[in-house]
Design a protein around this ligand. Structure first.
Ligand SMILES: Cc1ncc(COP(=O)(O)O)c(C=O)c1O
Length: 465
């Protein structure tokens, strides 16, 4: 059985939104051009309710959730204990800035931080703000002007994080006047490596670029404050960095007096099968950025953790906003961490990760699959069009739409990759059922080819979508 998507009911709501959300006219122009080429509306759904491993759309169709609220639900959808903790905090305090819930959470984050060494915490609302706060902390603490970040990296979509991120030149349009602070270095991707280099040679080149090219040709060594890296570059295509690269960054930072910032907004809190993605590399960063998973997918909470000396005395680091570390956000995070520990969910995620990674690796036998990449439950499948008739991303979005029709939701955001972020506590049988459907969807697309092409998705109320 397959669902008939996109449904008339969903399209009616999305049409009704058009006059109120951004880019109606861009959408309509692109849609007309795409329709003229014979492509049809891409599958979109609207969530009606979501519990545990599943969600239901407004037509009552049920889906296995590999999309996971954009990787924010480590305990599955609307986990009752987290929902209760949030409701209790709301009922008792609502919102006040001056409350006592940040202290136990800060102590807990210090305890679970890499090797317990990042003992100071500062709260924010979103991962975006937290990434900006980490960058400002490094600049202010070192009294320097530059931060090195990477191609393909994603740190958020506010003014500062557009400059920090390297995942698309397009997001930096019209910002040229602001771009002096951040230097984008090459990231060692594991496909499309230039000049026929091996991955190992390319990694050496990337480290050489950091060590020699930047100080030699771009900015003085003593003006660089930090290197900021995702230990699992998620939004940019689910790339898993190799050990040589991450340990090489730590060594360089130590030798040159630069700070190492890891952005764990997506990789943190069990996503990769360890508490932090950086824990796979036996490396302790100087500053860690957290968000998403930490507050159980129910309430917004983000922030940074840093070594004592860095955040303990840095009066020029300015950050924070009204809703940073709300009572309910802190309660959600405390409960989420309690359940993860109590139910040994990092071990469970590791176990599920082994099953899932073995399964997606098998899919490389299909010629539309370019590479399968995963670490724990950070899972990605990159696609290619073997006929070169269409752009690679069109194959990926087609597979993602077929998956939806067959009852599985994953992420494919204008990219060649389908990304899947199951909850850490997902039932093993459900995970396997979902992964079997991924394979069925690939086979279906190999049969039917590209049908959605470059037909745009309806704007859904957020600039950029
Ligand atoms: C690594 C990373 N940093 C920062 C962000 C921004 O977080 P938020 O969307 O909560 O602002 C994201 C979001 O996907 C992310 O993946």
């Amino acid at each position: 059985m397959t669902y008939d998507l996109p449904s008339a009911k969903t399209i009616a709501i999305l049409e009704e939104s058009l006059p109120h959300f951004t880019n109606q006219y861009t959408y309509q122009e692109k849609a007309a051009k795409s329709e003229a080429k014979g492509f049809k509306k891409p599958v979109q759904i609207l969530v009606d309710h979501a519990h545990g491993d599943y969600l239901h759309d407004i037509d009552g169709n049920k889906y296995i959730d590999f999309q996971n609220g954009w990787a924010t639900n480590p305990l599955g959808n609307t986990h009752p204990e987290v929902v209760d903790a949030v409701a209790a905090a709301h009922k008792k305090i609502g919102f006040h800035w001056e409350h006592a819930h940040r202290t136990p959470l800060a102590k807990k984050i210090a305890e679970i931080s890499p090797k317990g060494e990042l003992t100071r915490v500062n709260f924010e609302v979103s991962g975006t703000e937290a990434a900006e706060s980490a960058a400002h902390l490094a600049l202010a603490y070192k009294g320097r002007s530059h931060i090195i970040t990477f191609s393909g990296s994603f740190h958020g979509c506010a003014l500062g994080t557009k400059l920090i991120s390297g995942f698309s030149g397009d997001t930096k349009r019209h910002l040229a006047g602001m771009m002096g602070t951040f230097i984008t270095a090459p990231y060692p991707f594991s496909t499309d490596i230039p000049a026929g280099m091996t991955e190992d040679q390319y990694t050496d080149y990337c480290l050489w670029y950091l060590e020699n090219h930047i100080p030699g040709s771009i900015a003085p060594e003593d003006e660089i404050a930090a290197i900021m890296v995702e230990p699992g570059l998620a939004e940019g295509g689910n790339w898993i960095p190799n050990t040589k690269f991450i340990q090489g960054i730590r060594k360089l930072c130590d030798e040159k007096g630069w700070l190492m910032i890891v952005d764990e907004v997506l990789t943190g809190v069990g996503r990769t099968g360890k508490m932090w993605g950086i824990d796979h590399y036996d490396v302790v960063p100087d500053i860690l950025v957290f968000g998403k998973n930490l507050s159980g997918g129910v309430e917004a909470l983000a922030g940074i953790a840093a070594k004592d000396e860095i955040l303990g005395k840095c009066p020029n680091h300015v950050s924070g906003s009204t809703f940073a570390g709300t009572p309910a956000g802190c309660a959600a995070a405390m409960k989420t961490l309690e359940v993860i520990e109590r139910d040994n969910l990092i071990d469970h995620a590791n176990h599920l990760g082994e099953i899932a990674n073995a399964k997606i690796a098998e899919l490389e036998k299909y010629d539309v699959v370019k590479q399968a990449r995963g670490l724990g439950l950070l899972l990605g499948i990159q696609f290619t069009d073997p006929s070169s008739e269409h752009e690679n991303y069109m194959i990926a979005r087609e597979v993602r739409s077929q998956m939806l029709k067959m009852g599985v939701w994953a992420i494919c955001d204008h990219e060649e990759t389908i990304r899947m972020y199951p909850a850490l506590n997902m039932d093993e049988a459900t995970l396997i059922e979902g992964l079997d459907i991924v394979e069925k969807a690939i086979l279906k697309v190999m049969e039917t080819g590209v049908t959605e092409g470059d037909y745009p998705a309806y704007p859904t109320g957020v600039a950029g979508f």
